[in-house]
Design a protein around this ligand. Structure first.
Ligand code: ADP
Ligand code: MG
Length: 229
């Protein structure tokens, strides 16, 4: 099943002089698929992630998400779609340090459509999955770097999103913790979520189904080495 379809997307930042960050992107994402997007700094990776994550809008072109033409949705509809159907993990984990592990998860559940009655079960399940069951009442600032990032993953997947988007999710982690985070993504893909990982680490290519590279605002398929048409 197709979750996402991006067609002829261009993105220009209207600064002086204007920056053409994406120059004709075509991209599709299927259920359960794991994709890596490589690319040098400044090639447009974060811009691409922000657009497929419905955090920013294309200058021209279309983004279809779960059958919706996202350009036709209101701000509120976009926010709800993002809260329910997308999960984000960033290099800087953005966990709320002064809140407990459980409270961090409440924040995400609070903007989602998950009924309150389901929260305790979901929290229990996801903390078990990421190995933080014993830290649920700890303040997030007291967690190690690896634990914080696992909390960020827990927060991203607790709504069972159709798509998980990760921007350099292992950039601040040692090999062992990085591997744990990637294992969590694998599990989530087996549960049916699609995973898009932005990274500059070519070693990740071996761990996914498909690898692409952004080169100066254009997507290149790493298998064929041909720019997409
Ligand atoms: P990457 O994540 O691959 O490093 P980005 O998507 O962040 O690349 O940036 C692509 C290009 O767009 C770069 O030239 C960057 O300077 C520019 N850019 C990114 N965000 C903005 C912005 N908000 N305003 C102006 N230029 C931006
Ligand atoms: Mg970036």
């Amino acid at each position: 099943m197709r979750l996402l379809a991006v067609q002829d997307v261009y993105k220009t930042y209207n600064v002086d002089p204007p920056v053409r960050a994406l120059k004709g992107i075509n991209f599709e994402l299927q259920m359960g698929e794991r994709v890596v997007v490589l690319g040098k700094s400044g090639s447009g990776k974060s811009t691409f992630l922000n657009i497929i994550g419905l955090l920013d809008q294309a200058t021209t072109g279309t983004v279809e998400f779960l059958g919706n033409d996202t350009g036709a949705l209101s701000r509120r509809e976009l926010d709800q779609l993002r809260a329910d159907s997308l999960g984000f993990v960033f290099q800087e984990n953005h966990v709320l340090g002064h809140r407990t592990v459980i409270e961090n998860l409440h924040v995400k559940l609070g903007v989602s459509s998950v009924p309150t009655a389901q929260w305790p079960h979901r929290i229990e399940q996801v903390l078990e999955q990421v190995g933080l069951g014993h830290r649920k009442h700890s303040h997030a600032r007291l967690l190690s770097g690896g634990e914080k990032q696992r909390l960020a993953v827990a927060r991203a997947i607790i709504t069972s999103p159709k798509v998980v988007l990760a921007d350099e999710p292992t950039g601040n982690l040692d090999d062992e913790n990085a591997s744990r985070v990637l294992d969590l993504f694998d599990t989530q893909a087996q549960l049916g979520s699609a995973i898009v990982i932005i990274t500059h680490d070519p070693r990740m290519v071996a761990r996914v189904d498909r690898a692409l590279r952004l080169e100066d605002g254009r997507l290149v398929d790493l298998d064929s080495q041909e720019p997409q048409r």
